[in-house]
Design a protein around this ligand. Structure first.
Ligand code: F3S
Length: 645
């Protein structure tokens, strides 16, 4: 039986475990990336591990999230990351150089390599055939220290593409179609592998748009083969030497095959407040639009921007629409400026932002109250835009421009004759905003400002937990619910005590105060708890407030790993009906925890003292995860075992 493409890369990097779906495996990691919002924590953890220099082939620290500098906090964090990167052997991409995934694809990604990043859209690298996964900052720190990265061996789903995209239908519509089929939970425990004759019709940026938003499926990652299109992309970046061809074996076995005829697709839209709430642009046409945002790691490539410029050329943005555009990288912006496309964008009345995440992470451009915002981004969770009652619709760049000009949501196929763009054979390569690390870190001083606070340290798992339920939330709780990331919180990503004032406040304003009052407690949730970003702050901040266990119907992958890494016990209801028998404030007692965790026990008996009932919860943990919890989190485990986990 042959291997899928993902299995081939896994086999070549396997250092622990067996490639049986569902089993935990350890992978050697070739490359890492961090962004600044999660990076400060990752580098504090790397320092705490006592490693001299990173051991990966390439590690890169990007500054792209917190680029607004209205106080000293972000600037302090940038300086800390710049100096710590220099000392430990990490490349540093300065503010203004671009969004981590766009720049990594352009300048560092290599087909067939493993990449983990402390950002959930790291699977963008799958567009050039990398096995690229989002991870918690501590996992990235361990990988930089030379340790393995542990995942559950995924199943592989094949998306078989045929045909070619019609005019004004784009890669965004492909991934929205997949989301409409699989939903935000459909990718959990799976790699989504794209194949079929339609692959050859898609460029690398189009492939990267599709793998980027595979994160919204909850997938471990998504991947495309590496072929002549990949080679041409790398050649255009002056990196043809990095090219290797990659394809699955002809007799590879997939869990499921989904057929998509690219030629039959039409422009799609994800409606508020979930990326899988998909409808057609034709159905939604006529909806009044207040704001249109183009950019983000999903749709900010040169090809996207040239299409946007060509559509805007000679036209004017509707007077009641604010159109903002953030090119994905300095390379993209420079080339737009050189060939004149930038002038077309500016002349049409668009507001050009710096090359960064910007509005995607709520850094500016919050919509007006009750506003409708069309965005080419990947997430439309409630409140993420910075305006609690705004409605965010996710669209392709083509739908975005057609709507910005018309003032209402518009099917771009009604916009006029299709635009043609001409891609250059060579990109303009100028890495002067990428700083190499020092030859030796010995003489480099790491500079910290007052915004850099130590992270909370976990304690070893106790034998018994006796604590109240301090919050009860429903299904599909995102990391944005747990730890909001608006402009109020973002500058404090290295300051857990400050952030703790906002934990869960979008669900329950009194949660932080209640946790302080009770001295901590147990968090209860529904299905797909912790979906969304990779931010380990969604585990570290509850830890700081005294979270002892999280009891839910099911977990999102990265968040569950982050809880284990933080030393917080993750439990799953044996019978989901027991969720309904728990009320806020109930006192729960969990006994025999160390024994269960240490002996491979899969069940924990829980007594609800207040309600006078007992029920069971499952410990869905590997041997290694049990050892990590017993030690009190990954950092303690790594220090104790001295083997970088
Ligand atoms: Fe940045 Fe938004 Fe992507 S925050 S990394 S552009 S998902």
């Amino acid at each position: 039986m042959g291997y899928t493409l993902a299995e081939k890369i896994i086999a070549a990097h396997l250092v622990e475990g067996e490639m049986k779906p569902g089993a935990e495996i350890g992978l050697r990691i070739d490359q890492t990336l961090t962004q600044d919002a999660t990076g400060t924590m990752a580098y504090l953890e790397l320092e705490a591990m006592g490693v001299d220099r990173v051991k990966t082939e390439r590690s890169v620290a990007y500054i792209d999230h917190n680029t607004l500098q209205s106080g000293f906090e972000n600037a302090d964090d940038h300086r800390y990351i710049r100096t710590v990167a220099k000392k430990y052997g990490v490349w540093f991409s300065r503010p203004g150089n671009g969004i981590c995934h766009q720049v990594h694809l352009e300048r560092f990604g290599v087909p067939g390599k493993t990449l983990i990043g402390s950002d959930s859209h790291t699977p963008t690298g799958g567009g050039i055939g990398m096995l690229a996964m989002g991870a918690g900052g501590l996992d990235v720190a361990v990988a930089m220290g030379g340790g393995a990265y542990h995942i559950t061996m995924p199943k592989t789903v094949k998306v078989n593409l045929t045909g070619a995209l019609p005019p004004y239908v784009s890669a965004k519509d492909v991934i929205l179609k997949v989301l409409s089929i699989l939903s935000v939970k459909g990718g959990v425990g799976r790699v989504i592998e794209y194949g079929g004759a339609g692959v050859a019709t898609l460029s690398v940026p189009q492939r990267a748009t599709i793998t980027n938003m595979g994160a919204e499926l909850g997938a471990t990652t998504s991947i495309f083969p590496s072929d002549e299109t990949t080679r041409a992309f790398l050649r255009a970046q002056g990196r043809e030497g990095d090219y290797v061809p990659l394809a699955p074996d002809a007799d590879a076995v997939y869990e499921r095959v989904i057929d998509i005829d690219l030629g039959a697709l039409e422009p799609l839209v994800a409606k508020p407040h979930s990326p899988d709430n998909v409808d057609t642009a034709a159905n939604l046409a006529g909806l009044k639009v207040d704001q249109v945002c183009i950019g983000s790691c999903t749709n900010s490539s040169l090809a996207d921007m040239l299409t946007v410029a060509a559509m805007l050329k000679g036209r004017t943005v509707h007077p009641e629409v604010s159109l903002v555009i953030a090119p994905g990288s300095k390379q993209v912006l420079t080339m737009l400026a050189e060939n004149g496309a930038l002038a077309d964008i500016v002349a049409a009345g668009a507001r050009v932002l710096e090359c960064a995440c910007g509005p995607c992470i709520g850094m500016g451009q919050a919509p007006q109250s009750g506003g409708v915002s069309l965005r080419t981004f990947n997430r439309n969770f409630e409140g993420r835009s910075g305006t609690a009652d705004a409605s965010v619709y996710l669209v392709s760049p083509e739908t975005a421009v057609a709507s910005a000009v018309a003032g209402v949501l518009t099917d771009p196929r009604t916009f006029g004759a299709p635009v043609e763009i001409k891609m250059p054979e060579h990109f303009l390569v100028n890495d002067n905003l990428i700083d190499p690390p020092a030859e030796s870190g010995n003489d480099v001083e790491v500079l910290r400002g007052p915004n850099i606070k130590p992270f909370p340290e976990a304690k070893p798992l106790p034998e018994e937990i006796d604590a109240p339920v301090t919050i009860k939330v429903g299904d599909n709780i995102t990391t944005d619910h747990i730890m909001p990331a608006t402009t109020k919180q973002l500058p404090y990503r290295s300051n857990i005590p400050y952030l703790s004032n906002y934990c869960f406040t979008r669900c329950d304003e009194e949660f932080p105060e209640r946790m302080r009052h009770t001295g901590g407690g147990i968090l209860v949730g529904g299905v797909n708890y912790g979906q969304g970003s990779s931010r380990e702050h969604a585990a570290l901040v509850p830890l700081y407030l005294g979270a002892k266990a999280v009891l839910v119907k099911s977990f999102a992958r990265i968040h569950k790993a982050n809880l284990v890494n933080a030393g917080i016990l993750p439990l799953v209801f044996e019978d989901e009906a027991d969720y309904d028998r728990i009320t806020l404030g109930d006192r729960l007692v969990l006994r025999g925890l160390r024994e269960s965790a240490g002996t491979g026990g899969e069940r924990v008996e829980i007594e609800n003292v207040t309600a006078g009932v007992r029920f069971g919860a499952r410990l869905e943990l590997s041997q290694r995860e049990r050892a990590v919890l017993l030690a009190g989190g990954l950092l303690n485990y790594t220090r104790e075992s001295g083997k970088n986990a």
